[in-house]
Design a protein around this ligand. Structure first.
Ligand code: NAP
Length: 355
């Protein structure tokens, strides 16, 4: 779909240093848009150098603003004059000590902070929220209960909590908060993007996203004796960037959008790497039996609780992405391309030793 991109007014991207935001900002800058990039620390030139490199070769401009999700009013300056707000900032981390403080507060209160600012800034006409498929389902066992065993935009995650799958709970609470605020006014509209697991090369190859930790395990030997068939949906970060832009610039875009190219699982994902990297890296070559995952995974990975294993391993993940194709024109690239491009980038940036 050819997007008609308005380059006359700036747009705000929160969480500009992040993995997802990086490719989105690249797309915006290349289209000639002025991006107000909200970051926690604008003096961290090391973290911002990747965005600056793109800005120097693109027709768009980037301006940095210091903002924190938990500081009220801290997006005011960054949002001034903006027509569109892309709210991507939210911690994506699994291993936390205090899920309320580290996940739910920044996700939910941060969303409130950003959207209440949109209520005050009269130039804002649309907010594009990066939610997640995690706001649609909690565990893969929920897919089985979905009509026809397939997740759709009509569903909400009802099974995650502070105690179980806290990241998914944080995304559910944040998206609900966004709809509550959006539905109380009619000056700007809310368009929600619900990506599944994001893969593919990042603009910043060292972003904090869990996407990198997961793919790292394929190549660092952690899964050399097998990978669990832990079902996931997957989407390329570059296709996701396009989806965000379409959500902003397709005038009729409305509601939630599952952005997921492939129904897959960890073992199948790793197999896409074998032809090119199988000789040089200790990639998993067989699926790990569920009983063995149940026995050993909790000892090495805090997020892999026995409950999570029971409800997700050997349980297929399926979602319906037709709305994203029909209404946003998303064209999903092959899963193997996303994984191979990401793995190559990780090799070049020192993520693993050959073994
Ligand atoms: P990421 O690379 O870790 O990016 C997270 C961003 O949020 C960073 O820019 C981070 O800023 C910012 N942030 C965290 N806490 C903040 C705070 N208190 N104040 C201001 N900024 C804060 O992760 P990502 O994968 O790109 O995730 C971006 C968005 O995509 C999130 O909303 C995530 O839930 C969603 N998502 C990701 C995936 C996936 O598989 N990656 C899937 C579905 C949805 P700093 O650089 O300062 O830490």
């Amino acid at each position: 779909m050819n997007l008609s991109i308005d380059t006359t007014s700036p747009v705000l991207v929160t969480g500009a240093t992040g993995y997802v935001a990086g490719q989105l900002i690249k797309g915006l800058l290349e289209a000639g848009v002025t991006v107000h990039a909200a970051v926690r620390d604008p003096s961290n030139t090391e973290k911002l150098k990747y965005l600056n490199e793109i800005a120097t070769t693109s027709s768009g401009d980037i301006k940095y603003f210091s903002s924190d999700l938990l500081k009220e009013g801290s997006y005011a300056e960054a949002m001034e004059g903006c027509s569109i707000v892309f709210h991507t900032a939210s911690p994506f981390t699994i291993d936390v000590k205090n899920p309320q403080k580290e996940l739910v507060d920044p996700a939910k209160l941060g969303t409130r902070n950003v959207l209440e600012e949109a209520n005050r800034v009269s130039t804002v006409r649309r907010v594009v929220l990066t939610s997640s498929c995690a706001a649609i389902y909690g565990d893969n066992a929920d897919c089985q209960k979905a009509p026809g065993g397939v997740l759709t935009e009509d569903l909400w995650n009802t099974t995650s909590s502070l105690e179980h799958a806290a990241y998914s709970y944080s995304k559910t609470e944040a998206e609900k908060e966004a709809w509550n605020i959006a539905n109380k006014q009619n000056r700007w509209d809310l368009v929600v993007i619900n990506p599944s697991l994001v893969l593919g090369p990042g603009v910043n190859p060292y972003a904090t996203s869990e996407s990198f930790s997961l793919v790292k395990q394929f190549g660092d030997g952690s899964m050399k004796s097998g990978a669990p068939r832990f079902g996931f949906g997957c989407v390329d970060v570059r296709d996701l960037a396009y989806a965000h832009m379409a959500a902003a610039y397709v005038p009729e875009a409305k509601g939630r959008h599952i952005i997921s190219g492939h129904n897959s699982d960890m073992f199948e994902m790793a197999q896409t790497l074998i032809p090119k990297y199988g000789n040089d890296y200790p990639l998993p070559r067989s699926p790990m039996p569920k009983w063995l995952v149940w026995l050993v995974a909790p000892l090495v990975n805090k997020a892999m609780t026995r409950k999570a294993i029971s409800l997700n391993v050997n349980v297929p993940w399926k979602a319906d992405n037709t709305k994203s194709k029909r209404e946003l024109g998303v064209n999903y690239r092959p899963l193997a391309d996303s994984l191979n491009d990401m793995f190559q980038q990780m090799i070049e940036h020192g993520y693993f030793k050959k073994g």
